[in-house]
Design a protein. Structure first.
Ligand SMILES: O=C(O)CCC(=O)C(=O)O
Length: 357
């Protein structure tokens, strides 16, 4: 059933009060700040998704990055893209992957894409220590795509600032200290950015419902900020009714959704909602999800004792199992993310120092 038919639509919230009002005392909050925070929380409680508007600098930065990425994915040959394959130095978890390489819930997706992470200098401590998922982003030659590395860095800065602002809003609406979530992201967030291309010609199996652009899943982290082009195809499961609703493109917005780790961190208040992508438009679709996630060594709070699945979430069993298996009952973002990544690209699995989950 479409969202129009079900009468449920993911809400649109103008988050400019959160961007412009950085006062740290609730007595000096602008009059629009609290209603904005409440509207955000309300959307994340009912849908786990919200469209955010009032973020022109983030939209401009995503436009600057999506244009060259789209050209690279849709116009270049496979051998050209293979020069920056994820299979080169796979531990770094960066570069291009082809259609069918990424699995969602064990099923190969009908999409190709690019993975980017925080940019690390070859001489940095993390690289010297050989930490997984650290490295330099693989980009096409500068003479073909001038300024792409700069556009990438600008987008990371903009998206991380927006992620922090939204979590501040969630904390305020929950009646917590506005910096409640901040320590998880210190010293620096371990964000990941993906650019996906859902080719036009792969629509047949998707129309039949036997394959997906991205199969049903929840996101594992804290917050996802998604730029989608104007093609459409994102579907979100509405918790109260269990129906799939469309999340169509809306100009000058980003789609923001809750991941499993934020669902746990809010005691189940914000919901990590199953979603999926089906491109049956006959046109290529491009999207760019940005995962605003804790620092690599951040300690993650355990799920509350005897947590119901409504708290640990759709895919939160990994989170709960890792906690149960750890000696002191605490796990790091590193434990969690490396457990997750080995499931989506089994052939690129990075080593973990935790027991199998
Ligand atoms: O491409 C999209 O619109 C959504 C992608 C997605 O679901 C994800 O990366 O988790």
């Amino acid at each position: 059933m479409s969202s129009a038919a079900s009468g449920h639509n993911v809400p649109v919230v103008d988050v400019s009060p959160l961007i412009h009002d950085s006062s740290s005392s609730s007595s000096s909050f602008s009059p629009t700040l609290r209603p904005c925070c409440d509207a955000l929380l309300h959307a994340l409680e009912e849908f786990g998704f919200v469209y955010v508007t009032g973020v022109p600098s983030v939209i401009a930065a995503s436009d600057a990055l999506i244009a060259p990425s789209q050209h690279l994915l849709t116009k270049q040959s496979r051998p050209y893209k293979e020069q920056i394959s994820m299979k080169i130095r796979p531990r770094e978890w960066r570069g291009w992957f082809g259609v069918g390489d990424e699995l969602t819930n064990g099923v190969a997706d009908l999409k190709e894409g690019l993975y980017f992470g925080v940019e690390h200098d070859a001489s940095c401590e993390q690289i010297k220590k050989g930490l997984p998922m650290h490295g330099q982003n693989k980009l096409p030659p500068e003479h073909d795509y001038p300024n792409m590395r700069k556009a990438l860095a600008t987008y990371f800065t903009e998206a991380e600032a927006l992620g922090a602002a939204i979590l501040r809003g969630v904390a305020i609406a929950l009646g917590l200290d506005e910096t409640h979530f901040t320590p998880l992201f210190e010293p620096t967030p371990f964000s990941l950015l993906r650019v996906f291309h859902y080719p036009a010609e792969l629509q047949e199996e998707q129309a039949a419902g036997s394959r997906w652009g991205v199969a049903e899943h929840t996101d594992y982290g804290m917050l996802t900020l998604l730029h989608q082009d104007d093609v459409g195809g994102l579907e979100v499961k509405h918790r109260a009714t269990g129906t799939w609703i469309d999340a169509p493109p809306i100009k000058d917005t980003l789609v923001v959704n809750v991941g499993d780790a934020l669902q746990v961190a809010t005691g189940g208040r914000c919901i990590s909602t199953p979603h999926r992508v089906r491109n049956v438009s006959g046109t290529s679709r491009i999207s760019m999800p940005f995962f605003y996630d804790p620092s690599f060594e951040a300690r993650l709070p355990p799920p509350p004792p005897h947590a119901a699945s409504s708290i640990i979430g759709f895919d939160g069993s990994i989170y709960a199992k890792l906690h149960a298996a750890s000696e002191d009952g605490s796990i790091t973002w590193r434990d969690y993310i490396t457990a997750k990544t080995s499931k989506v690209f089994p052939h690129l699995a990075v080593e973990r120092d935790t027991t199998d989950v």
